[in-house]
Design a binder for this molecule. Structure first.
Ligand code: ACM
Ligand code: ZN
Length: 720
């Protein structure tokens, strides 16, 4: 029996060719060979480095190894040793028939060596239920990261994520050798961290909608929802991350993005121009001394919870008009001889910096706060606007973290017809991977100054997916884009060829992500139409399915489809439950733009008037809060014949700023109207309607006071 077993093991071992070694992110150097190691239930984990004890425990969970020793036996072991001559995150890993031997320069290196080992094993390792024996592919790895900062920003303020989901995320990013979690804990829409000296901040400010003073704004209206982390939970998350070599940098976003804070403590706001108290606003008054007392009480508690020396204090997108109309703030500017509101921001940041210094912390800020002159050179600056801004920040001498929205804001949609925001760009994993310092005009000397990369999962668009789907959607938006970011941060040692990276991704890493339990996005296949035949060009090894427009029936794609109406077919790729978006021939997406006039009972904002909707420029903004009975009327010059027409209130990218309750009525003669649909998520879609001469959207509820909505151009698809 034993002999048979060993024979099977040997067979498995030889059928795994050395070329199958494919690590993400690509190690600095890897030499492949055929000496595989076979992991058995009897394999010994060997380590005598006290500091590595958490890694031993962590690894045992994944590798199902019970045997541990401080001294190596003759063979059949995995050893973990320290070599101080290596850098902290550097490691060497060598596989032989007798052992897997790891030496690392420190905790980080040992942890990442273990991640590399996971990737040399069957992807089942991530399920923590790997069957043994298991083969470790043969190779020798010498590895270290190029950039010290490889980060991921999680915005739990706009969409609350439970502690359990945050822990899951920490696992996902740790598998990819990401070493910083920038935790965006507060924003206009929510306050997510318990502050014991000011309990209402989280208990009230952690929730929106219903009776909360914070408006439900981004996708849910009729119920109260949200959450926050207790200090106990924060400590647990910090400890969990530490085991996984992740430093958590908390963010309390100041002085802008502070609506949640101001809804709990309106006194933090500036005064009105006439000196009366302001009731709403998003910016903390920079000249009120009491604000610095309050902020020290808050920040000192947060400082105590996070061991990181770095503390992100925001500094982005400050609405300077709130300061300029404040008698005290404007007097400060005048007295100091400034007209520029950024000087006031600089003063504010300087005050907060001094508070942080008392607690041993240095500030991290968004790029807007780097140009006033007062920010300490020890500060880390997160460059989000553009590569050019990052260059300017670096020229000021700051440690700069690259996260330009055009490459690294993962709330942006990945192709034109998918969900997600679009204001910062529309890109998939390939564009992330294509980021190239040289192409962006950076010299090698400048690159040497770069602290690292960070991706941001801003979550306004996540919430509007609804319920559990939000979490699936965060994963879909993040992976595999984060794999590309990890590879940039590690140094893109593969040479930067997209095809080479994509091969590793779909041939090896898709299986890993599936076993990690991720809802990752698959790059869609290419749709071709030639000589009456619709064909699919596969770009990976996933299965292709299709359906007809208007039907849910799925069919496997088996070869060319002969049709004169190629746009009716929708295709997608699937791999172990993960999916690509649906794609179709270009004719599917063709829309009509018939001449239309738009009138309304509501005034538009001058810069975003009704003409934008009538010109099919997508989005207009309403200047007043709507009430039941308010309406929008679309009158078409000619009756519109179409296979579908959709009327959309709200933003086009996110379910927000829309009419919550209302209906659509249409007229075929331009005179008599009949009600055809209720609005659902602010929208109404008609399939194969009779030619439409006019359509009217009518609200049946009142919006929350002060809120203003948006309206999009109708989307009209021609008849086939
Ligand atoms: C930001 O996107 N406001 C940092
Ligand atoms: Zn003020």
């Amino acid at each position: 029996m034993k002999r048979l077993f060993l024979a099977v093991v040997a067979l498995v071992a030889v059928t795994i060719s050395a070329s199958a070694v494919a690590i993400v992110p690509q190690p600095l150097s890897i030499s492949k060979h055929n000496n595989t190691f076979v992991l058995l239930p009897s394999t010994m984990l060997v380590c005598d480095v006290e500091e590595f004890a958490p890694i031993v425990k962590y690894s045992q969970e994944y590798l199902a190894l019970d045997h541990f020793a401080k001294v190596a036996p003759k063979s059949n072991y995995i050893s973990l040793a320290l070599d101080k001559s290596l850098a902290e995150e550097e490691y060497h890993l060598s596989v032989s028939r007798d052992a897997v031997q790891i030496v690392a320069g420190g905790y980080g290196g040992a942890f990442y060596a273990m991640q590399t080992l996971f990737q040399l094993l069957p992807s089942e390792v991530y399920t923590k239920q790997m069957r043994l024996p298991a083969v470790v592919k043969g190779c020798d790895v010498k590895d270290k990261p190029k950039f010290a900062y490889r980060g991921f920003m999680l915005d739990v303020a706009r969409t609350f994520m439970t502690k359990e989901n945050v822990l899951r995320y920490i696992d996902y990013i740790a598998y990819h050798k990401i070493n910083k979690l920038h935790w965006h804990l507060t924003d206009g829409q929510g306050w997510r961290i318990e502050i014991k000296s000011h309990p209402r901040l989280a208990k009230v400010g952690g929730f929106r909608g219903g009776d909360s003073p914070i408006n439900a704004a981004l996708g849910k209206w009729n119920e109260k929802y949200g959450g926050y982390y207790t200090q106990e939970e924060i400590r647990e998350v910090v400890a969990y991350a530490k085991v996984r070599n992740i430093e958590i940098i908390p963010e309390i976003d100041l002085p802008g993005h502070s609506t949640a804070l101001a809804r709990i403590y309106p006194e933090v706001l500036c005064k009105n121009a006439d000196g009366t108290p302001r009731k709403s606003g998003a910016v903390v008054c920079a000249t009120k001394e009491s604000n610095y007392i309050l902020l020290e009480e808050i920040l000192s508690e947060v400082c105590a919870l996070f061991p990181s020396k770095h503390f992100h204090i925001g500094g982005d997108e400050v609405n300077m008009s709130q300061w300029k109309s404040c008698p005290d703030c404007s007097a400060w500017l005048k007295k100091s001889g400034y007209t520029d509101g950024y000087k006031l921001e600089d003063m504010f940041i300087g005050r907060i910096q001094a508070i942080l210094a008392k607690y041993g912390k240095t500030p991290s800020v968004w790029n807007e706060a780097a140009f006033g002159g007062g920010l300490s050179k020890e500060a880390w600056v997160h460059g989000w606007k553009s590569p050019e801004i990052c260059k300017q920040v670096m020229a000021k001498g700051y440690s700069t973290i690259f996260m330009p929205q055009q490459f690294f804001y993962f709330d942006m949609r990945q192709s034109k017809h998918e969900n997600g925001a679009i204001w910062g760009g529309c890109f998939d994993v390939r564009k992330v991977y294509s980021f190239d310092f040289a192409k962006e005009g950076f010299t090698p000397e400048e690159v040497a100054q770069v602290k690292g990369f960070e991706a941001a999962a801003w979550s306004e668009v996540f919430l509007s997916q609804g319920g559990d789907k939000s979490i699936d959607f965060i994963e879909y938006q993040t992976f595999p884009r984060l794999c590309a970011l990890a590879e940039l941060g590690w140094g893109k040692n593969g040479g930067g060829e997209w095809q080479e990276f994509h091969n590793r991704l779909y041939k090896n890493h898709y299986d890993r992500m599936a076993d990690m339990g991720l809802n990752f996005r698959i790059t869609p296949p290419n749709v071709k139409y030639n000589n009456g035949a619709l064909t699919i060009e596969k770009i990976d090894n996933s299965a292709i399915y299709y359906r007809m427009e208007g039907s849910d029936k799925r069919s496997p794609y088996r070869g060319a489809i002969r049709t004169s109406k190629p746009g009716k077919y929708l295709f997608w790729a699937e791999y172990r439950g993960a999916k690509s978006p649906e794609v179709a021939h270009s004719s599917h997406y063709k829309t009509l733009k018939p001449k239309v006039t738009l009138t309304s009972s509501l005034k538009a904002q001058p810069k975003y008037g009704y003409h934008r909707v009538a010109n099919y420029d997508m989005n207009m903004r309403v200047a007043e809060t709507y009430k039941a009975g308010d309406w929008f009327l679309f009158e078409f010059e000619e009756p519109v014949e179409c296979r579908s027409i959709e009327f959309i209130t709200g933003s086009h990218a996110v379910l927000s700023r829309l009419i919550t309750k209302g209906y659509l009525e249409v007229s075929h003669d331009g005179k008599s109207f009949h009600r055809v649909a209720d609005l659902e998520n602010g929208r109404a879609k008609l399939l194969n309607p009779k030619p439409i001469k006019a359509a009217r959207i009518v609200a049946t509820d009142d919006d929350v006071p002060g809120a203003t909505i948006r309206l999009c151009s109708p989307i009209i698809y021609p008849k086939w």
